[in-house]
Every structure is written in C-alpha cells, then in structure tokens.
Write a protein that binds this ligand. Structure first.
Ligand SMILES: *[C@@H]1O[C@H](CO)[C@@H](O)[C@H](O)[C@H]1NC(C)=O
Ligand SMILES: *[C@@H]1O[C@H](CO)[C@@H](O)[C@H](O)[C@H]1NC(C)=O
Ligand SMILES: *[C@@H]1O[C@H](CO)[C@@H](O)[C@H](O)[C@H]1NC(C)=O
Ligand SMILES: *[C@@H]1O[C@H](CO)[C@@H](O)[C@H](O)[C@H]1NC(C)=O
Ligand SMILES: *[C@@H]1O[C@H](CO)[C@@H](O)[C@H](O)[C@H]1NC(C)=O
Length: 161
C-alpha cells in the first residue's frame, strides 16, 4: 500500500470488505486541461461542449493515466453524462461530466460551473480503482466570446481496494 493514503472505514461502502481510501487532493500536483469550451443557455436550458485531457504520471501516488475525452451535455443540475474517450490508451479510464447550477455573482453575472469525474483501475493493482472529481467555473460564451481553455483541479480523490 502506498504511503500518504489515509484509510477510512466508511459506513455504507458498497462492499463490506472493501476499504475506501480518501487522498488529500492538495497532496497531488495534478489537474486536467479543458480546451474548446463552449457553453450557452436557451429557453430549453443550458449546454456544454469541450475536450478534456489528463496527463500520465507514473511517479505520483496514485499514478494517473493519460486520457483525452470529448464531453457534451445539457441542463444545469442534470446527472452525469458519459464523455467520449478520444485517446487510444489501453486503460479503462471513464470520464463523465455535468453542469452544476450556475454561479450568479453579486453584480448579476452568470458563470457556468462544470463538474468532471474520472474513474480508472489502478495502473499497478487491478483490484483497486480510483475516482477523481473536481469542478471549475467558466463562462457561458456562446455568441459572445471565443472558445475557452481552463483547468479543473480534482478536489475529491477516492480509492477502493
Ligand atoms: C476535440 O479534439 C478532437 C481531436 O483532437 C478535435 O477534432 C475536436 O475538434 C475537439 N473538440 C473540441 C470541442 O475542442
Ligand atoms: C508527476 O507527479 C510528481 C509528484 O506529484 C510531480 O512532482 C511531477 O512534476 C509530475 N510530473 C509531471 C510530468 O507532471
Ligand atoms: C463564482 O464565480 C466567481 C467569479 O468567477 C468566483 O470568484 C466564485 O468563487 C464563484 N463561486 C462559486 C461558489 O463557485
Ligand atoms: C461582475 O463581477 C465579476 C467578479 O465577481 C467580474 O469579473 C465581472 O467583470 C463583473 N461583471 C460586470 C458586468 O460588472
Ligand atoms: C465517481 O464517483 C461518483 C460518486 O460515487 C460517481 O457519481 C461518479 O459517476 C464516479 N465517476 C465515474 C467516472 O464513474
């Protein structure tokens, strides 16, 4: 078992014998790059469309896989939508995304809030899997601003062994 992993016995974990590990997200220097962000709202609701990449890093703990995925979906507050893997890496990395309710600032500006989650089998131990989740704020840029690029830093990292 790797160091810096805090073992937590969570009541209600999916399997009674599985141990759930929660990694302090700020212990990793790791984020995802969002490119080609476009989002907008019409009467029917809001949509988003972007690519997201994560870099392989075999020296950090846990090791992270390379991935690139295309995410697109609708409606603030909707459940996760599966993103389409664009890379041809030989891992089972799954990426999902959803729009959280928008962030309306005091002056009335409305910001999109996108949440992304990555799940993959540990790169060395096939019985362990990891789930990283993070969110970031951007703009509803359709018609008013060019495609945006920004990063999402995972804020929750959970492993199940
Ligand atoms: C995502 O990446 C693919 C392949 O690199 C590219 O063809 C596509 O235009 C990109 N889409 C966005 C929304 O940036
Ligand atoms: C990989 O992770 C280590 C530990 O967090 C970090 O020091 C290093 O810069 C990372 N390498 C790359 C290429 O991001
Ligand atoms: C709302 O957006 C503003 C401006 O980007 C940001 O400073 C603030 O942290 C955001 N609040 C939340 C709850 O995301
Ligand atoms: C509203 O406030 C945000 C910071 O919270 C600022 O970035 C933005 O430019 C402001 N918009 C207007 C129209 O004043
Ligand atoms: C990560 O875990 C959360 C909470 O259980 C779940 O909603 C999400 O779908 C998982 N992510 C992936 C990519 O499966």
């Amino acid at each position: 078992m790797r160091a810096n992993i805090l073992l937590t016995a969570l009541a209600g974990a999916s399997s009674a014998s599985a141990s759930v590990m929660r990694i302090a997200a700020d212990s990793m220097e790791y984020d995802w790059a969002v490119t080609g962000w476009s989002a907008g709202c019409a009467r029917a609701g809001c949509y988003y469309d972007f690519n997201i990449t994560g870099a392989e890093n075999l020296t950090q703990s846990p090791a992270t896989p390379a991935f690139k995925a295309y995410c697109s979906g609708y409606y603030e507050g909707a459940p996760y939508t599966l993103c389409e893997r664009l890379d041809e890496e030989d891992t089972d990395a799954t990426v999902v995304a959803k729009l959280l309710p928008s962030n309306i600032t005091a002056n009335g500006s409305r910001y999109a809030v996108i949440q992304v989650s990555l799940e993959y089998t540990d790169l060395e131990t096939p019985t362990t899997w990891w789930n990283f989740t993070g969110h970031a704020s951007s703009i509803y840029n359709q018609f008013v601003a060019p495609l945006q690029s920004f990063t999402i830093t995972p804020s929750e990292i959970i492993g199940v062994a």
